[in-house]
Design a protein around this ligand. Sequence first.
Ligand code: HEM
Length: 230
Amino acid sequence: MKRSLTQVGGWIEERLALSPLISAFLDRKIPAGVGWLNTLGSATMVTFIILAVTGIFLSMNYSPSPDHAWDSIQYITEELPFGSLIRGIHYWAANAMVVLVFLHMLRVYFMAAYKYPRELTWVLGVFLLLLVLGAAFTGYLLPWDQKAYWATTVGTKIAGTVPVMGEFQRRLLLGGTDMGAATLTRFYALHMLVIPVGIALLIGGHLFLVIRQGISTPPDRQIKDRNDAR
Ligand code: HEM
């Protein structure tokens, strides 16, 4: 078994020569003192992958129209084989992603990892945070039940209070002056297409920078190194 796997690996490697790419990605030197807190970014990324996979299955059975959205969710939960499990995983992974992205940001902030030369990594991170919150907000409406309806009413009203462009923003989100079919399809398109593609592209840029610049040395380690050098 192991031999045939090695042979398959060798066959692919001979044609694609992927190993320099893989070692650039995985075999990186990391500074001493880096620990569990540095896994929060990767954990956030894992939740994103889980959401993308479960989201594909959900989108195959969900109908984004006011007449059928709620029924299709009922169908997924009650009748579709493994539907309730997939929906549950999607729900909990979404909650976990929001918590993890905040914890990751706090780790970066308190370890001052946003400082030179990592300012751009931070800026991409801010956009990632906004998109993650946008995904959570747009996903909340999709079950099209009372909770979803009123949460989105409140959310879009808040968006409408922004000075100057608030009303335009609210209408853009709602697809009109009130919530209806256009709102649901708009939120669905944002939730399963626009936002995930945006997140995937930004994660690509974010990781490129992390690999290019390397992980920052934790502050306590920097102090220790400085004292040792004296
Ligand atoms: C979908 C959301 C995000 C994903 C998947 C993600 C992923 C990652 C990964 C895998 C790393 C390298 C390992 C680590 O330090 O944890 C990293 C580092 C970093 N991230 Fe994120 N991140 C996200 C959001 C954010 C946010 C919201 C910020 C800040 C606003 C941010 C700022 C940074 C910075 C500055 C680094 C470099 C840290 C260092 O060199 O020590 N990231 N990110």
